[in-house]
Write a protein that binds this ligand. Structure first.
Ligand SMILES: Nc1nc2c(ncn2[C@@H]2O[C@H](COP(=O)(O)OP(=O)(O)OP(=O)(O)O)[C@@H](O)[C@H]2O)c(=O)[nH]1
Ligand SMILES: [Zn+2]
Length: 239
């Protein structure tokens, strides 16, 4: 790892690298939230935290740390599950009456950026999976880091959280910033012809968890009874 990356990692752990620049009321289609804007002192990127309710003592907060996916979150791309996951997170937090979504910009394409992600899509259309495509392009499979996200969570008052994710790497990424992950809430959204290979690759090659009772690839997903509404029902499912 280069000297620069080592120094950056050191600073992320020890210095406050985000500044809160604005807060506003944000009525949404799910309900009323507060929007907190943060600016990274490392590179000037603006991130947003969407906060529901009173975070209070910061214990046991429902949290989603969402990686930017312009194609999925904004344009409804069916190649991935990002847009549906963001919707589900907002819906679950609204139902809980308390929680935070941190939306990390600069995470586009798992950190490789939009142009590279679209190039990777072309390779996927030629038969590569999402991991092979990044490697073929000479890029990291996953270049994201979560220190900025962790600092934002601390700033809005979170101390312990139930993290909405299927990706265990996020647990590790958020450690060491005075935060504790005390449970995981799965974020399962519908499987379609367009996204099933992508989801399967995340499970088999990237260690993402899609339920504990897998009988075969994506088995819990393809049951007709599992849809976005049902997967959000009931109590969160900490592990
Ligand atoms: N390089 C690359 N990035 C992708 C692709 N599809 C989606 N992404 C990006 O992947 C990021 C989301 O990461 P995922 O691995 O899908 O999920 P995750 O955030 O790690 O895990 P969850 O918390 O369970 O959603 C977003 O930044 C997307 O832009 C792809 O085919 N190639
Ligand atoms: Zn996506």
């Amino acid at each position: 790892m280069s000297w620069f990356l080592n120094v950056t990692r050191y600073r992320r752990k020890r210095e406050k690298l985000v500044e809160r620049t604005a807060i506003s009321r944000l009525p949404t289609k799910w309900g009323l939230f507060q929007a907190y804007c943060y600016r990274s002192k490392l590179d000037g990127t603006e991130h947003i935290a969407i906060v529901k309710g009173d975070i209070g003592n910061g214990q046991d907060v429902l949290v989603r740390v969402h990686s930017e996916c312009l194609t999925g979150d904004i344009f409804g791309s069916a190649r991935c599950d990002c847009g549906n996951q963001l919707d589900l997170a907002m819906q679950l937090i609204e139902q809980a009456g308390r929680g935070v979504v941190v939306y990390l910009r600069g995470h586009e394409g798992r950190g490789i950026g939009l142009g590279h992600k679209l190039r990777a899509y072309n390779l996927q259309d030629q038969g590569h999976d999402t991991v092979q495509a990044n490697i073929e392009l000479g890029l990291a499979v996953d270049a994201r880091e979560y220190g900025i996200g962790a600092q934002i969570l601390r700033d809005v008052g979170v101390q312990t959280m139930r993290l909405m994710t299927n990706n265990p790497a996020k647990f590790t990424g958020l450690k060491g910033y005075g935060l504790a992950v005390i449970g995981r809430v799965p974020v399962l959204t519908p499987v379609t012809e367009e996204n099933k290979r992508y989801l399967e690759t995340k499970r088999t090659k990237m260690g993402h968890i899609y339920g504990s009772d897998l009988q075969g690839p994506l088995a819990p997903f393809i049951k007709p009874s599992v849809n976005k509404k049902e997967s959000s029902d009931g109590e969160p499912n900490p592990e």
